[in-house]
Write a protein that binds this ligand. Structure first.
Ligand code: HEM
Length: 156
């Protein structure tokens, strides 16, 4: 399958990544997790994204899925569905680096009636060769924008 030309700047994401993460928030106890992420080319001008995480004991933790789209080759739209009742519409610029890119996304969030209130999120995605680093912050449950997650994954 030929990759859509509009996706060339993010072609390096395609594949499966696995690694370790750490989470915290002022309202909860810090925690560690293992993360696996897959970006798939589906022959269209967007990538399909699937994420799963596990506790150190191997129990399933958070999972999320979505679509990553490039606008004009330099701006990212990442639409994400959370099983906890939030939908994130994350947007921001992509900056090329020597061996990948960095991408800073800020999102608008919709919350279901039963979801914990999330007012906004910020994601930073760094691709450097075979290392994918993610940062996630959120304004949620009455707390202003604050770091929640960081993970470092390698291509598998
Ligand atoms: C709380 C893990 C991603 C929003 C928590 C907690 C854990 C956790 C262990 C504390 C216990 C609990 O309430 O379940 C993770 C992991 C993630 C992840 C491993 C992915 C790697 C997200 C995302 C969002 C989010 C993407 C929002 C879109 C929240 C909220 C709370 C929370 C709102 C509740 C805080 C509170 O009640 O004080 N998370 N989370 N999390 N997380 Fe995450």
């Amino acid at each position: 399958m030929t990759l859509h030309p509009g996706l060339s700047a993010v072609a390096g994401l395609i594949g499966t990544w696995r690694g370790e993460g750490a989470g915290e928030y002022p309202t909860i106890d810090p925690f560690a997790y293992t993360e696996e992420v897959t970006f798939s080319d589906v022959g269209k001008p967007f990538l399909h994204y699937m994420q799963r995480t596990w506790s150190p004991a191997g129990a399933p933790m958070h999972t999320e899925t979505g679509y990553l789209r490039l606008v004009d080759g330099s701006s990212v739209e990442f639409v994400l569905a959370q099983p906890t009742g939030q939908a994130e519409l994350a947007e921001g610029p992509l900056a090329a680096t020597a061996d990948g890119f960095t991408c800073e996304l800020a999102s608008r969030v919709s919350n279901s009636a039963s979801a914990k209130q999330v007012d906004g999120t910020e994601r930073r995605i760094e691709l450097a060769g075979d290392v994918l680093t993610t940062h996630f912050a959120m304004a949620a449950v009455g707390v202003p924008m604050t770091h929640h997650l960081k993970s470092v994954m390698h291509r598998v």
